[in-house]
Design a binder for this molecule. Structure first.
Ligand SMILES: NC(=O)c1ccc[n+]([C@@H]2O[C@H](COP(=O)([O-])OP(=O)(O)OC[C@H]3O[C@@H](n4cnc5c(N)ncnc54)[C@H](OP(=O)(O)O)[C@@H]3O)[C@@H](O)[C@H]2O)c1
Length: 166
């Protein structure tokens, strides 16, 4: 099974190219709970955006890059979407999570069955340049679950939602 997990602004912005748009400790905790123990798939730029560029603990970190010389401790490197799909089909019993960023979400959304979308209702404090596909505009995706609103100390309000491919 393949899922995506993402936090989006009201216009489905996800980042400015260097980092995320919001600081949401409650969402980071949720992300950790949902993905812990499962392999996570990301683009090289998203790994670079983590503190110290270090992989996430307790999860296999699968990183897409076209750089054949790329190597990092604790990282499984994959050089194409086709190679990633071969890896996914060789391990059908596992639940993989696509964790970003924009390029990788766009390329792998067709492979996903479920999207865990944290929908932030507050305008982002910085302007987004990277976006997640707006699932409200896709007939093949329906929201199946929505939480009560959560409010961070910063005042940011968001809901955890789950979307299923029809
Ligand atoms: N809000 C959220 O939930 C969330 C989650 C994750 C990330 N983000 C944000 O998203 C932004 C980063 O996204 P991004 O779109 O700039 O970058 P990205 O998707 O993280 O990574 C792009 C990189 O992936 C590699 N890649 C892409 N397609 C490939 C392919 N077909 N085969 C092999 N490698 C491939 C390339 O690496 P090489 O250049 O090394 O070849 C490319 O430069 C940041 O602002 C980050 O904070 C937000």
């Amino acid at each position: 099974m393949v899922s995506a997990i993402v936090a989006v602004s009201p216009d489905w912005g996800i980042g400015d190219g260097k980092g995320m748009l919001y600081r949401l400790p409650g969402d980071l905790k949720y992300f950790r709970q949902v993905t812990m123990g499962h392999p996570v798939i990301m683009g090289r730029k998203t790994l670079d955006s983590f503190p110290g560029g270090k992989p996430l603990p307790g999860r296999e970190n699968i990183v897409l890059t076209r750089d054949k010389a790329y190597a990092k401790e604790g990282v499984t490197v994959v050089h194409s979407v086709a190679a990633l799909r071969r890896l996914l089909s060789a391990r059908p019993e596992e639940h993989f999570f696509v964790i970003g960023g924009g390029e990788i979400y766009q390329k792998l959304l067709p492979d996903c069955d479920t999207c865990y979308v944290t929908m932030v209702e507050t305008e982002a404090p910085i302007e987004a340049s990277v976006f997640f596909p707006d699932l409200r505009k896709k007939h093949s995706w329906k929201m199946s679950c929505v939480s009560e609103p959560h409010t961070e100390e910063s005042g940011a309000v968001y809901r955890f939602t789950i979307w299923e491919k029809q």
